[in-house]
Design a protein around this ligand. Structure first.
Ligand SMILES: Nc1nc2c(ncn2[C@@H]2O[C@H](COP(=O)(O)OP(=O)(O)O)[C@@H](O)[C@H]2O)c(=O)[nH]1
Ligand SMILES: [Mg+2]
Length: 189
């Protein structure tokens, strides 16, 4: 059975009169999705791994040059059994962070499945490619050039981050928010 989002968050997302932005975290288990959300919304990091079950939601209030906005971040569990549920969560998303682990080529190889899945539900959604764990430079196994190839192929931004040190985290979310806003302006008129 799928867990449904809390009512208040659902109301914020579906309320089109206030500027609510829904973004999803995508990518394999253990790449650092939950850690990136934690770093971005609470400026915290935990080296312990707690497997995400179902989905959780984080809200961040933004002030974009005087314009108030509310970012609702959906952090989905990565378990394969949630595959069907995931599509349901993508509905209404303005964008997604597509995260892989720079120390794990396996998490790089599955990126295409994630983006295909997402685009099937949200064809116009903005996606930002995120190579996480850049602090583990000596363990790095996905060269920047490989990620840049994908970036060019998919025509999406690419950024490297570390939830551990906070490097690039704010920037990754801001790039996503800005492109989502541009998209909204284009479709609202
Ligand atoms: N060194 C390092 N470890 C990280 C980073 N991000 C996440 N981790 C660790 O990687 C593991 C999985 O992170 P988590 O956020 O739970 O991944 P998720 O399954 O994608 O949500 C945890 O032990 C985290 O502490 C990072 O940027 N650097
Ligand atoms: Mg998680």
């Amino acid at each position: 059975m799928s867990k449904l989002p809390p009512k208040d968050i659902h109301a914020q997302i579906t309320d089109r009169t206030s500027l609510g932005l829904k973004v999803c975290m995508m990518g394999d288990g253990r790449v650092g999705k939950t850690s990136l959300v934690l770093r971005y919304t609470q400026n915290a990091f935990s080296p312990e791994y707690k497997q995400s079950l179902g989905a959780s939601f984080a809200v961040k209030a933004l002030d974009l040059q005087g314009q108030q906005a509310k970012l609702v971040i959906w952090d989905l569990g990565g378990q394969p059994t949630f595959h069907q549920v995931r599509r349901h969560y993508y509905i209404g998303a303005h964008g997604a962070l597509l995260v892989f682990d720079l120390t794990s080529p396996a998490t790089f190889m599955t990126l295409e499945n994630w983006i295909i899945d997402f685009r099937r539900v949200v064809p116009e959604g903005n996606v930002v490619l995120v190579g996480n764990k850049m602090d583990l430079e000596d363990k790095r196994r996905v060269p920047r050039a490989a990620a840049e190839m994908l970036q060019e192929w998919w025509q999406i931004p690419y950024i490297e981050t570390s939830a551990a040190t906070a490097d690039g985290v704010e920037k990754a979310f801001m790039i996503l928010v800005k492109s989502a806003l541009e998209n909204l302006k284009g479709t609202d008129s």
